[in-house]
Write a protein that binds this ligand. Structure first.
Ligand SMILES: [Fe+2]
Ligand SMILES: [Fe+2]
Length: 388
């Protein structure tokens, strides 16, 4: 007991925080410095300048992009819903270390067929690169262009969550004992995985510049299309659908630890897609801009082709209860829902059917209804989830 306490009192090493430092004898505090006043005005006796003439922030001057007011002042809120996303995101706390993976190690090495291992590995190979792209998109390409702090604050949390997801995949890869270098490199040597990554990179690169002028209608449209792709396709459809092969294994009692990790991630991703779609709609309304139908059609067609290629590879041999056809049809079904959420009149894939009717229950959605009603502490414990 005493040992624990003394460990807790170990001083933080300020130069190397991961290396505990022995406590040093207490020294008397240094006398206050007289020479340097705050804010570096030592060389000037002029009174401090008030920012922006100290005009109050007006809600009507706030915008998703091209805002005309102080980005450093949170309230008054123009988008209180964005702040609520941030508050709710903080209820889903976990780390991959909280979930027991012991049975997964056994399942992978002794129960999965070769085909099932192929699915499992390639799902991880795609996801691990995809989540790094997601983090970079939010943190580098998107966040700096938002001009209301309540939007940026949720996105700061989102960027952290994408990093956490990458840790989760790494934890699975490491725990199962997969060849890390080979798995991480796979998206670069397997064209069927690379197709989705490439489409994402291209659309990210198109807006990943501080030079982009969002007052220019053409560039604004490029940004809008990139944002819609990210929210509705990349997060809203590909991620949503991308976990389902693992949930198919989970339904049969296999790889349940990995599936539980993905259930936590799914909660985040459902929020990300929903937030992104809301931002895109707000942007369209404020800027009076709509996606060009041809560009939109092209996006859906390309996304479908990439997904078909990917599904054909990871499921070149079907596994019990899951096939490439089911995977692709479910993508089309989810894509239709995302288009409807965005307020698009036409379904991109008319008549697509819900090919995996068990997915919502297996993954998240039924719990999602209760998600925000559940006590915060339940999520902070990081224990096993009970979906029932
Ligand atoms: Fe993610
Ligand atoms: Fe995400």
């Amino acid at each position: 007991m005493n040992d624990t306490k003394s460990k807790d009192r170990t001083m933080l090493n300020w130069d190397d925080p991961l290396k505990p430092e022995a406590a040093k004898p207490t020294q008397p505090p240094a006398p206050p410095s007289e020479a340097v006043p705050a804010f570096g005005v030592a060389d000037s006796l002029a009174p401090p300048v008030t920012p922006l003439g100290a005009k109050p922030v007006r809600v009507e001057d706030k915008r998703v992009v091209n805002g005309m007011t102080d980005i450093n002042q949170l309230a008054p809120f123009k988008y209180p819903w964005a702040w609520n996303y941030f508050l709710n995101a903080n209820k889903n706390h976990w780390t991959p270390l909280d979930i027991n993976m012991a049975q997964d190690v056994h399942d992978y090495h002794h129960k999965l067929t070769i085909e099932e291992r192929h699915v499992y590995e390639n799902v991880l190979a795609y996801l691990t690169t995809a989540d790094i792209l997601a983090m970079r998109n939010v943190a580098i390409a998107v966040m700096e262009k938002m001009s209301a702090p309540e939007l940026q604050i949720y996105q700061a949390r989102q960027a952290y969550e994408e990093a956490l997801h990458t840790w989760t995949y790494q934890h699975c890869i490491e725990t199962i004992g997969l060849d890390q270098g080979e798995i991480y490199n796979r998206y670069r040597v397997v064209p069927e995985i690379y197709a989705k990554i490439r489409m994402t990179q291209e659309r990210l690169d198109a807006v990943c510049s501080t030079e982009i002028d969002l007052h220019d209608r053409e560039q604004l449209h490029t940004f809008l299309m990139s944002y819609i792709f990210f929210a509705a396709v990349f997060e809203g459809s590909w991620f949503y659908n991308g976990f389902s092969p693992i949930f198919a294994l989970q339904r049969r009692g296999l790889m349940k630890g990995t599936a539980e990790q993905l259930q936590y991630i799914m909660r985040d991703e459902v929020m990300h897609a929903s937030f992104g779609i809301r931002v895109a709609k707000q942007l369209m309304q404020e800027e009076g801009i709509r996606p060009d139908p041809k560009a939109l059609r092209e996006m859906w067609d390309q996304a479908e082709a990439c997904e078909a290629t990917y599904a054909g590879y990871i499921l070149r041999d079907s596994i019990l209860g899951y096939s490439a056809d089911l995977h692709l049809e479910q993508f089309r079904f989810v894509a239709n829902r995302r288009a409807a959420q965005l307020g698009m009149e036409d379904e991109p894939f008319p008549g697509a059917e819900e090919a995996l009717p068990w997915l919502a229950e297996q993954a998240n959605l039924r719990k999602e209804k209760n998600f925000f009603e559940t006590r915060v502490t339940e999520y902070q414990t990081g224990g096993a989830l009970n979906w029932d």
